[in-house]
Design a protein around this ligand. Structure first.
Ligand code: NAP
Length: 313
């Protein structure tokens, strides 16, 4: 595949940025990869693993870049956008990978100068691991990458970004900003909150010791703990910035929970069976759409066999 951008600046050098760097390089899509992250430790690791050049400031990193990619927690994007604004090259594209879109657009767009293209985005791919050593080139393979272009987005700049993302194996789709935040509240944000809560409940249970929870953890609880091991900073920012949509879905969740709670109390097996039959069909749909595996236990290899790097959005 031919080169799409000459110089890419990665702001933030964790899981998503390092995976992007490995993937872009593997597919020969970019010339130079320059990076910046907050801590000297992360910068040193990125220099060693996937960046051609690592800078001590974000402003320096974006100079001369034709693509700037924000890969930091959502709450950090606004101040960084302000910092780089005067240093962006004319004609450059700025994009981000934030899990929330309305708040990110509000934080970044006001700082984007005339002649620079801002195209918000979000890959629906990730793992519970973080940091510059956690990335791998195939993370975005056959995963959705949602773009939420603004009314004024330049068609040429959008096509070029699409080419890069398709080049690393992602399926690119465009979506309205508010719709994105509502859909993600359903498929990702609220499920994470429920997982955090369930693990919290187990932690607080006085009758069952922590040791027993760990020793007897069956696959349902294990999957909750995997999700609940996700980066605290990233997820704090997701809930603080997608508040309305998450509260809406949580309200609906609570209503459904009460329906099932009542069915259990009343011994209404028919209702429970019908409900679980409907939800089972949704799982089948996800497998048919190629978004997960039908293998038992999610096709997870045993840790001894080197497994454990699983996809999670
Ligand atoms: P990560 O592995 O924790 O990496 C975050 C990076 O941001 C680190 O390099 C960190 O630097 C840097 N950073 C944080 N605050 C900063 C600041 N103020 N200035 C400069 N650098 C800063 O996180 P990630 O999983 O790659 O997530 C990055 C973004 O992707 C988030 O917005 C998240 O919503 C989105 N996303 C994540 C997933 C997922 O499953 N992980 C999926 C889709 C989208 P230090 O290491 O020096 O602290």
């Amino acid at each position: 595949m031919s080169m799409v951008y000459q110089r890419v600046a990665l702001i933030g050098l964790g899981l998503i940025a390092s995976s992007m760097a490995h993937a872009m390089r593997q597919h020969g899509l970019v010339g130079q990869i320059v990076g910046y992250a907050k801590s000297p430790e992360t910068r040193a690791a990125a220099r060693e693993l996937f960046c051609d050049k690592v800078c001590d400031t974000a402003a320096e990193a974006v100079q001369g870049a034709d693509l700037v990619l924000f890969c930091v927690p959502v709450g950090a994007m606004g101040p960084l956008a302000a910092e780089i604004a005067d240093h962006l090259a004319p004609g450059a594209t700025v994009t981000d990978v934030g899990s929330v879109k309305a708040a990110v657009v509000e934080a970044i767009a006001p700082h984007i100068p005339q002649g620079v293209h801002f195209i918000p985005g979000h890959p629906l791919a990730g793992t519970e691991y973080s940091g510059p050593r956690s990335g791998f080139a195939t993370l975005f393979q056959n995963r959705w990458w949602l773009l939420t272009p603004l009314a004024e987005t330049d068609a040429g700049a959008l096509l070029r970004l699409r080419n890069l993302l398709q080049g690393i194996g992602a399926n690119v789709e465009e979506m309205e900003i508010e719709h994105h935040d509502l859909v993600l509240a359903v498929v990702s944000h609220t499920p994470h909150l429920i997982a955090y809560t369930m693990v919290g409940v187990a932690d607080h249970m006085r009758r069952v010791s922590q040791q027993e929870v760990i020793k007897y953890s069956a696959s349902g609880f294990r999957d909750f703990t995997r999700i609940a091991a996700s980066d605290p900073t990233m997820w704090r920012d997701v809930f603080l910035t997608n508040k309305d949509a998450v509260l809406d879905i949580l309200g609906r969740f609570a209503e459904e929970l009460f329906v099932l709670q009542r069915a259990i109390r009343m011994g209404d097996g028919e209702q429970l069976h019908a409900y679980f039959t409907r939800t089972r069909a949704i799982r089948r749909g996800i497998i048919e759409a190629g978004q997960d595996t039908s293998a038992p236990d999610f096709g997870r290899a045993s840790p001894a066999a080197g497994g454990g790097k699983e996809d999670k959005r």
